[in-house]
Design a binder for this molecule. Sequence first.
Ligand code: NAD
Length: 352
Amino acid sequence: EHTANFEYTANPARIVFGAGTLSRLPAEVRALGGTRALLLGTSARSTDRAADVLGPLLVARFDRAAMHTPVEVTEAALELLRANGIDCLVAVGGGSAIGLAKALALRTDLPQVVLPTTYAGSEVTAVLGQTEQGRKSTLASPGVLPETVVYDVELTLGLPVALSVTSGVNAMAHAVEALYAPQANPVTERLAVESITLLARALPRIVADPADVEARADALQGAWLAGTCLGSVGMGLHHKLCHTLGGSFGLPHAETHTVVLPHAMAYNASAAPAAMCLVARALGVTDAPRGLYDLIVRLGGPISLRELGLGRGDLSRVVELATAAPYPNPRPVTAEGLAALLTDAWNGCAPT
Ligand code: NAD
């Protein structure tokens, strides 16, 4: 599935990783020339500690970041930014807070320091998804890539168990699809395998004890490596389906990834045997899709689109939307194949 020839371009981001690294935030802001920071998040509570640490560098706060980066929200933050002479963006949170920082960077060219608190991986990609009047569109631009990522394991200790599980599987999805991407290369292959290995071992420990710092560190490192895969190679059927289910049916991001991944893997298994072999080994199982499904069940994660609120009658529309434009995938995507996959995912049965 991958040949000796390859191309790989690394994203130019600075990574600071550890426990308690939040204390490094002021120095990282100053290193980018920042003197007047705007702090972004999804709630005041989630950014209070960063606000304290920033001290006099903090000039304004905006706590209304939302899922899928609505353009109206970005415009409100932009107004605040301009009124306060901001010269650096700081985001604390998951993909939603980081998405807002990227949207503001796109419009202002300001540098970003981001502190991820989930495993979504957006912090290391040059991709931005935005919604306007309910329509989600995605763009790729080097200007949206955050200059500095500060991973502080302590910021993830409070990530609720359910979201830790689904966000962890969201990260695995980047790694899995990177293994069969057309641009797959020895760098992303190693990152992907290590990422799946770290996450598969960390998630059961986090479910047993959400404050297990070592397990949290493994999961966050796995998320970083998976995000790096996402930022380096193209994704396939799984991401396309989740984009459709989130963007057009309002399904929650991480939960949807968790339900769909074992089924998307089963769909692609026959066309990507080497990738599935690597995933199975990283998971410590013999059958990758079934092994992942069983892991999700053991971790108490969601297994059906029905429980996420999708109507049975919506499935044909999902098939229509997800087959509208062709995209690279190891196994050709047909309407019948997709309908069968979605029926399994909707019912929550084991992948077939
Ligand atoms: P999110 O950022 O929306 O966070 C989900 C919820 O968890 C929020 O209510 C948030 O406040 C809360 N939360 C986050 N961290 C927490 C913590 N440590 N403790 C307690 N609560 C916490 O969810 P997400 O899954 O991280 O991100 C999803 C969004 O990111 C979607 O809009 C998706 O499209 C986007 N995304 C983009 C990329 C990209 O490369 N552009 C990659 C992944 C995700």
